[in-house]
Design a protein around this ligand. Structure first.
Ligand code: NAD
Length: 294
């Protein structure tokens, strides 16, 4: 079997184009230009790249990016003051604080300080709780992207056996919660799980969010399964260069799976598209407008 490759890049591009269309419509009808504040503290090289990509995508969608770059020496009180100002600014519909933060700042405190209505990362405890209670709220971007990709293969996830490997607050737990709301039968595996290959082999939908290069082997995969690889791991490549691989051994897995996301070009592009979607949804909710159906 050779798996269908789920083209996250193309699916994300479609979603972004739909979002841009909706933003243009909202602007024409209501004069609304959704604004997102992107806060970067310090000079982590990877974070700078992420923030640059996000800012560009925001502008491409016809939204307004408000960049706030602060030095690595920024204190917690100073960052909390900035968050309070952004919370109070009606032209800011979404607030994203790029993680990780420098060690002198408590990330949980900062996340909790963001107005939940503007929490486009979906990390605020109130949004996490709303989601767990089956109420509407903003959900984290990468998990949302995983579900949208899985649904390009399965019109419905109801009744499917879904296995999530990883239980982080950013990916594993929220993706499991989303799968549950889609009526899948969900198992969350992690570093203490016994006989992980056997657990994986049960999965109709396997979502890997581990951070270990190519850990999931081909013979861990149920024939015909849908594999969503969240991992982004930099490994040594040819001629002294590095390359990015996922948590799944792609070639082996593609020979067994029914459908699989590549790395790069799978979940990654969906994360940014879902950030735009969350910003659009947050802006509509704040203005009392119906959420766009995209
Ligand atoms: P994390 O380190 O917070 O969590 C990793 C999880 O994997 C933990 O819950 C741990 O229990 C589990 N784990 C670790 N070793 C294991 C093992 N040997 N067997 C089974 N489970 C094991 O990481 P995270 O923030 O959830 O990110 C996971 C991966 O996803 C990373 O590679 C990260 O770079 C990537 N990521 C990608 C995107 C994207 O946009 N594509 C977004 C976020 C994270």
């Amino acid at each position: 079997m050779t798996a269908h490759i789920i083209d996250g890049k193309a699916i994300a591009a479609d979603l972004r184009a739909n979002i841009a269309g909706e933003v243009a419509r909202l602007n024409a009808a209501h004069g609304l230009v959704p604004g997102i504040a992107v806060v970067l503290v310090g000079d982590n090289a990877a974070s700078e790249v992420y923030v640059r990509n996000k800012t560009r995508a925001v502008a491409d969608a016809g939204m307004r990016a408000i960049d706030r770059k602060l030095p690595a020496s920024t204190g917690e009180a100073e960052l909390l003051e900035l968050i309070a100002a952004l919370n109070a600014d009606p032209s800011v519909n979404g607030i994203l604080v790029q993680l990780p933060l420098p060690p002198q700042i408590d990330a949980q405190k900062v996340i909790a300080a963001i107005d939940p209505a503007k929490d486009v990362d979906g990390f605020h405890p109130l949004n996490v709780g709303r989601h767990a209670s089956g109420l509407n709220g903003l959900v984290p971007c990468t998990p949302l992207g995983c579900i949208l990709l899985a649904k390009t293969v399965h019109a419905s996830l109801a009744g499917l056996e879904a296995v999530v490997i990883g239980r982080s607050n950013i990916v594993g737990k929220p993706v499991a919660q989303l799968l549950l709301s889609e009526n899948a039968t969900v198992t969350v595996a992690h570093s203490k799980t016994r006989d992980l290959p056997a657990v994986c082999r049960r999965a109709d939908v396997l979502i890997a969010a581990i951070g270990r290069p190519e850990m999931i082997r081909g013979d861990w995969i149920k024939p015909g399964a849908t594999v969503i690889d969240v991992g982004i791991n930099r490994v040594a490549g040819e001629a002294g260069k590095s390359r990015i691989v996922g948590d799944v051994a792609f070639a082996e897995a593609a020979a067994v799976a029914g459908a699989i996301t590549p790395v790069p070009g799978g979940v990654g592009p969906m994360t940014i598209a879902c950030l735009l979607l969350n910003t659009l949804r947050a802006a509509c909710a704040q203005k009392g407008l119906a959420a766009p159906i995209l």
